[in-house]
Structure formats: C-alpha cells, structure tokens
Design a protein around this ligand. Structure first.
Ligand code: BG6
Length: 467
C-alpha cells in the first residue's frame, strides 16, 4: 500500500476575515475585507460602525476557536493554517506601536492549537490589509508599504517565535492581477503598469520578511503562496500550446521571483512589449536574490484551458482568471471544473521547475450542504472530491515530488471569499448560519468529518483510486 511520508502534515486552512468576525473588537482597525461586504469582486462600502455584511460575525471563530480546535483535533489534525489579521496588530497599518489586545488574541489561539498538538501555519496577509493604507497611501503603489509590512511581520515573528515555525507571506500573491484592490490595494481598472509596480513592492516585501524570519526564528520555514492556476491548451494547435505556456507563466512568474530570486526573461520581455517601466532599485534586486523562500505553498481547486480562438474567448469573458472551461470535465455548483489529475500534474510541474518542497495549503469543494432533521450532513460529493484529489497527491509523491503536507480549504464552513456567501460550504464541520445571517452558529459533524479522520489516522492508506 502506498503511504504518505511519516511526518506529513494533515489538516485544514482558514483565513481570519472569513472566520473570525469580531470585525471591530479589541482595537482592530478596518481592513480591505471589511469594506467589501459582497466579496473581493464586490463594491466598496465605507464603514460607519454599523453592521455591514456576513463577514462582520462570520462564524464567530474569534470567540469559538476553542470548540473548533477541539473538533479539528478530534479529526486528528496535525496542522492548521490560519492567518493573522494585520489590522488587529496595526489597526491603521502605519502606527509605531502594535495593538496589544490583537497580539494577545493570537497568543491564545496558538496556545490552544499547540495544546492539541496542532502545528500552526500562519499566513501574514490573507486577502486583507488595513484600509487606511489604501486610502492614505494608495496601497502597495507606495513604496512605504514595504516598511509597514516589514514592521508588522517583525512584530509577529518576535512575538510568536516560540510558537510558530511555519509561515507564509502573501496569500495567492498572483491574484492581484485579477482582484487588485484585495491584492495590492489598487482600484479595479488600474493600469497594468501601476499593478505591476505595486506587485513589485509586494515581492520585495515578501523577500525582506523571508530574511527577517530567518534572522528572528532560525528554525522556522517560510514559504510563498500561489494560486495554482493550471491551464491546458484547448487544442493541440501550436498557437494554443504557446498561449497556454504564456498564460501559465503569468502566474508562475511570481513563483519564479520568489523561488529563483530574479525577474525571468519572459517577464522582462512582457514589460518591454507593453511599455511598462518599473522602478526596481539595486537594493530591491539584492533582497530578491538573497531571500528566496524555503518552500512553495499553493491552492488548487480547478484547472482551465487557454486558446487563441477569439469566439471561444469571447464566450467565456467574465470568468475569474479568464480560464476557458475544459469541455471534458465536470463542474461544481459554482462552475469550477473538477480535475483531480490536475493536482498530480501541478505538483510535478512545480517540483520540476523549482525543486523546493511543496505544501498544498488549499483544496476543497464548495457545495450547498443540507443539514438533516437528525443534524447529520450527507456530503458524499465532498468525500469523492477530496479522496480523488488526495489520491493524486499520493501518486505525485510516488513520482518523487517532495510534498510537506495538505490542508484542505475550509475544514469548517466559512464565508466564501469571491462571493461572501455562507451557503457555499467547504467544511467537514457544518455551521448553522445562512447567507442572511440566520442561525445559532452551532457546529455539526458532517459525513466527511469521519471520513477525513480515517484518512489521517491511516496516513492516507484508506484512500481509493476513484470515487
Ligand atoms: C482561495 C482563497 O482563492 O480560494 C480563499 O485563498 C478562498 O480565501 C478560496 O475562500 C475559495 O474561494 P471561494 O470564493 O469559494 O471562497
């Protein structure tokens, strides 16, 4: 029986703004997520202190984390990926001193995890930053953001150095190309030049904090986080293959800079061809070169296709990431293709390219689960999705890929990021709250809860080739 490595991390992944709620508690400042009640593609609604959307309470993880961690532990988790809300630590982003109440909250959270034998993996910035940095500085367009982010990172590295040994810099850093407000604090419709300049500042900040993490916590590992936007050519026409290569490079570029320490030639050409002139200093180049990541983490939900055929492109306009749907694959209720083999392809692709350990930090199925009268949830479709993807992870390990761990997305139901829905559920644990905010927030174990516990207990031996 093929097995996973003995020290493989098993668990789940959540993000502060999608679970915590308590949006204005204990001195927290307003974040970019707080002003986007309808999700990352929704309108900006300035806060006036009143309740604005589902995320304000979310699943109330801020108060209920002990109960939730107990449930994670019951499933046998050895790792939980969480994020720190930057605006809890520096409410405005540009203060001299951090907010002690925010720091103390994460102390309690990490202590609780460690008491249950669960290793925390912490994302420094998961789709949120203090809103003041956007309104006052124009977000990451301003070079001073590098300093603010470094101060924040150094503060949390220092504070949690005994508790947290696995860190990630920016969640899905390549997403800024599609959701610039969430990614780099620039309005929709910003020019490519502005977005790439802001991205450059973020890449430099990512590199600097990799170095600072190594100085402050020598036994820690710090990785980047990519949205694994795997694309296949829609046909075998060489032009489609070339376009696919270029589109894959559109996101791999971030990995290239963070893993290899320099801008790749194809990107320099892209900038030349598009008259984009970036302000890159010698010092920036040094930082990028000297501070590459220890490992690569990524999310993978679905794959897509690329083509040069204009009619097909026109028909699929409006898709997130401008992916063309694969005609040979099934889709989820939200239209995301389901492609377990893509997991193996992606793992091999990243390993071949970088030869650095890989960590799957998001993967899962959003679905409309039904809580039955006896408080059970029969989510066999989720079991099938996860089994089939995990089986391919194991195949990739057999291929020789170095995989550190797997944290499924949303081990407990949470607010979706793109559409801010609670009805799009990912969890092994059902949370009784709906899109309108109705429900008592009680937690219930779904069928997948028991299934995942068995997978972890057997270190993957219970997985089957296909469900
Ligand atoms: C990833 C994000 O893009 O996908 C998560 O890192 C997000 O924050 C997840 O929740 C799933 O997307 P959605 O829109 O279904 O929540």
């Amino acid at each position: 029986m093929k097995k996973f490595p003995d020290n493989f991390y098993w668990g789940g992944a959540i993000a502060a703004n999608q679970v915590e709620g308590a949006w204005d508690k204990d001195g927290k400042g307003v974040s970019t997520s707080d002003v986007q009640p309808a999700g990352i593609f929704g309108e900006v609604v300035e806060r006036d202190g009143s309740v604005s959307g589902i995320k304000d309470v979310a699943i109330d993880f801020y108060h209920r984390y002990p109960e939730d961690i107990k449930l994670f532990s019951e499933m046998g988790f050895t790792c939980l990926r969480v994020s720190i809300a930057w605006a809890r630590i520096y409410p405005q982003g540009d203060e001299q001193t951090p907010n002690e109440a925010g720091l103390a909250y994460y102390d309690r959270l990490f202590d609780e995890l460690l008491q249950h034998g669960i290793t925390p993996m912490v994302t420094l910035s998961h789709y949120e930053m203090p809103w003041n940095l956007v309104t006052r500085y124009n977000g990451w367009a301003d070079r001073r953001l590098i300093g603010f982010f470094t101060d924040y990172a150094v503060t949390v590295f220092g504070r949690y150095r005994e508790k947290v040994k696995l860190w990630l810099t920016f969640n899905e850093i390549n997403m800024s190309l599609h959701a610039p407000l969430t990614g780099v604090g620039l309005p929709e419709g910003s020019s490519q030049a502005d977005i790439y300049q802001a991205i450059h500042h973020q890449l430099v900040a990512s590199a600097i904090v990799v170095g600072r993490c190594h100085d402050i916590i020598p036994d820690a590992k710090i990785g980047n986080m990519l949205l694994g936007g795997l694309l296949y050519p829609l046909t075998c026409k060489p032009d489609d293959v070339l376009k696919t290569m270029n589109e894959n490079r559109g996101w791999l570029f971030f990995g290239d800079v963070q893993c290899r320490g320099a801008y790749p030639g194809y990107m320099l050409r892209f900038f030349r061809d598009n008259n984009i002139v970036l302000d890159i200093t010698e010092e920036d180049r040094e930082q990028l070169k000297n501070n590459t990541v220890d490992f690569i983490s990524f999310s993978y939900y679905n794959s897509g296709c690329a083509t040069t055929d204009e009619d097909t492109i026109e028909k699929s306009r409006g898709n997130v990431l401008s992916m063309i749907q694969n005609p040979l694959l099934p889709v989820s209720e939200w239209g995301w293709t389901i492609d377990p083999t893509g997991m193996r392809i992606l793992l091999n692709m990243l390993w071949d390219r970088y030869q650095k350990p890989l960590f799957i930090v998001e993967n899962g199925l959003g679905a409309r689960d039904i809580l039955q009268d006896d408080f059970t949830v029969d989510d066999n479709y989720r079991i099938a999705y996860l089994n089939n993807h995990l089986y391919q992870v194991r195949e990739a390990i057999e291929d020789g890929v170095d995989v550190m761990g797997y944290t499924s997305w949303g081990p407990i139901d949470l607010v979706s990021n793109s559409t801010a829905e609670l009805g799009k559920r990912y969890g092994f644990i059902y949370v009784n709250r709906d899109d309108t905010g109705r429900g008592d927030l009680k937690r219930y174990r779904k069928a997948s809860f028991y299934w995942y516990a068995d997978v972890i207990k057997s270190n993957g031996e219970t997985l089957v080739p296909n469900i």
